[in-house]
Design a binder for this molecule. Structure first.
Ligand code: ATP
Length: 594
């Protein structure tokens, strides 16, 4: 199906799907409303002609038309607007629900990374309400067509030459189109600035960044930058709106002059006996209606353009979601691991970036093993963790889960077999119980599971210090909310990661960086005991990223990464004996503690 038809079908389909009955009744009502004004004018002209020629039947016809139209417009007005408003709300609701459905169906993170995709997503979200207006615009377009046909028929009945007038109005439609495209372009061009402004505002008001902002005296710098970007964005948009206003104003003036000339001409025709007094009245009274009609079409063109653009972005998003839905990944996730996870020549570049962050990684993580990833900042440890969680697929090579390519495994199922704790944890502002329990939504109501997870995350002391224990509301946004320290949030995040009791893969990416080395060591020692028991049953693997060698040395396998590659791997004694980078870094850290 050609793209234009697909978009129109999506627009029509979404409008009618949102409120089928309402849309049908509204269509009838708007059509009735659209024809009553010109038909009523025709009734007035009949009345005038009837009085001038003293024909009571014509007078009666004129009065009947006027009264009939008044009654119809009264009913249509009374019922039409509320129904239309409801249809619009339903449509906006439907679009928002559909949008959530579509974006939630994109399983990876790539769409957050590519600026072109991020821009479009932002536009679709921001303009979702315009798509809600789509229902109204559809009715409006229908009304305008009905109204135009009626007005043209009436003008043509006086003299065919008068049909030139609405055609002149076509220039207004053209000017409206030009102005709308220019405004749209100005809007789209200023989107990157808008995103930057939003981000800077977030940074400026976030209490977490407040400390650094003040220490470095960055407040004014940030405000100046926000102000400059806002001004640039505003000026771009105002210039486009001003240009549109000038073009539309000039075209409207020309149209007004032409209409005045037409009225003079019809009066001259009437004086020559080639037109009736009723015709003059008809043309006179139709003048504002023709102006309104062309203005209506002009506005419709603008709004139709807006709605079509919104729906074409939405259509694009749906296609994008379809292509990125990883629908070919239908293999069920395994229940347990027998051989383990094998990385075969894995390479990776972030979407929209050319440079390889990982390259040539070939490695086996044996089932049941605790694996530590070490390496300097930027070595690619977190990226590897993200690939294991299948937030992205490798650019080259493959990750095999017991021999099955991870790229073919159903992503949601795979994730339900994982658990994770990160240094950049999310501070969910919920109750302490919920903060932990959401680590396994299926068992969120299981009080014992929550307590066990808290014990494993060594977070009992955090809960004990809270005013209402597990029921305490966390986060500064609430009046009775308790703010925790970085380390306390980390302990809860770790407890959350331990909610899933037997994950096949537990990813721990520096989740204890805010704890002191001894606390971290103790915690992992405790964890390792429990993990061994679980691993014997399910073959579950733990991948731990840490810069602390006291913790790392406990792992069954240590992988040393450097510059996106695996430089060496083995057990702690093996690597020390090899005397490579690991031995060097270990010695350096050990010396610092001596
Ligand atoms: N979303 C992203 N888009 C583009 N490049 C990225 C992205 N995230 C990370 N990178 C780049 O990938 C490289 C590896 O980053 P990664 O976070 O994997 O390193 P790391 O070893 O975990 O570092 P650290 O010890 O500092 O956490 C870095 O050069 C980084 O700039």
């Amino acid at each position: 199906m050609p793209k234009t038809f697909r978009i129109l079908a999506l627009w029509l389909g979404t409008s009618f799907r949102a409120a089928p009955g309402l849309m049908t009744i509204s269509a009838v009502l708007v059509a009735a409303r659209a024809i009553t004004a010109p038909i009523q004018t025709y009734g007035v002209s009949r009345l005038v002609d009837g009085i001038a020629s003293d024909q009571s039947s014509t007078i009666a016809l004129g009065i009947a038309i006027i009264v009939g139209c008044l009654a119809i417009s009264f009913v249509a007005d009374g019922l039409g607007w509320p129904l239309q408003d409801t249809a619009q709300e339903r449509m906006a609701g439907r679009v928002h629900a559909d949008l959530l459905d579509v974006t939630a169906g994109i399983p990876g993170l790539s769409h957050h990374e590519r600026p072109d995709v991020a821009d479009r997503l932002e536009l679709v979200r921001e303009r979702a309400w315009r798509m809600g207006v789509g229902a109204e615009v559809l009715l409006w377009a229908f009304a305008t067509v009905t109204n135009t046909v009626t007005v043209l028929a009436l003008l043509g009945s006086v003299h065919p030459l008068l049909l030139i007038l609405p055609l002149l109005g076509g220039a207004r439609i053209w000017s409206a189109y030009l102005s709308s495209t220019r405004q749209q372009k100005a809007w789209e061009d200023s989107l990157p600035q808008e995103r930057l402004v939003d981000r800077l505002i977030e940074v400026a008001k976030d209490p977490r960044t407040g400390l650094e902002l003040r220490v470095f005296g960055l407040g004014k710098v940030l405000l100046d930058r926000i102000f400059a970007l806002q001004t640039e964005r505003f000026e771009r948009r105002v210039a486009a709106a001003r240009w549109g206003g000038k073009v539309d104003g000039s075209v409207r003036l020309v149209f007004g002059l032409a209409y005045a000339a037409a009225i003079v001409w019809v009066i001259a025709l009437a004086r020559d006996g080639q037109a009736t007094a009723g015709d003059v009245v008809l043309v006179l009274l139709l003048a504002p209606q023709v102006d309104q009609m062309t203005g209506g079409i002009a506005q419709n063109v603008y709004w139709v353009g807006e709605v079509v653009r919104s729906f074409s972005r939405y259509d694009w998003l749906r296609e994008y979601a379809k292509q990125n839905s990883w629908r070919s990944s239908a293999t069920p996730a395994p229940e347990r691991l027998t051989s383990g996870i094998e990385l075969r020549d894995v390479g990776f570049s972030y979407p929209g970036s050319e440079s390889a962050v990982l390259s040539g990684i070939s490695l086996t993580l044996p089932a049941g093993a605790a694996v530590a990833l070490v390496g300097e900042n930027g070595a690619g440890k977190t990226t590897l963790v993200k690939l294991l969680a299948r937030m992205y697929d490798p650019t080259t090579g493959s990750i095999r889960i017991d021999g099955v390519d991870l790229a073919t495994i159903q992503p949601d199922e795979w994730r339900s077999q994982l658990s994770a704790g990160f240094q950049d944890l999310v501070k969910f502002e919920l109750t302490a119980r919920e903060v932990v329990a959401i680590g396994d939504v299926a068992r969120a109501g299981d009080e014992d599971a929550v307590h066990t997870a808290i014990a494993r995350g060594d977070a009992e002391s955090v809960i004990a210090g809270l005013p209402h224990g597990l029921d305490s509301q966390l986060g500064k946004k609430f009046t009775d909310g308790v703010e925790l320290s970085g380390g306390q949030w980390q302990r809860l995040a770790l407890a959350r990661a331990f909610m899933r009791e037997r994950p096949l893969l537990l990813l721990l990416d520096e989740p204890t960086a805010a704890l002191d080395p001894e606390a971290e060591h103790r915690l992992y020692e405790q964890y390792a005991e429990a993990a061994k028991v679980a691993a014997a049953e399910t073959g579950g693997i733990t991948v731990l990223v840490s810069h602390r060698f006291s913790t790392v040395r406990m792992a069954d396998l240590i992988v040393v990464m450097h510059d996106g590659r695996v430089e060496e791997f083995g057990t702690h004694p093996d690597l020390l004996a090899a005397g490579g980078r690991y031995a060097e870094l270990f010695e350096l850290q050990a010396r610092a503690y001596r």
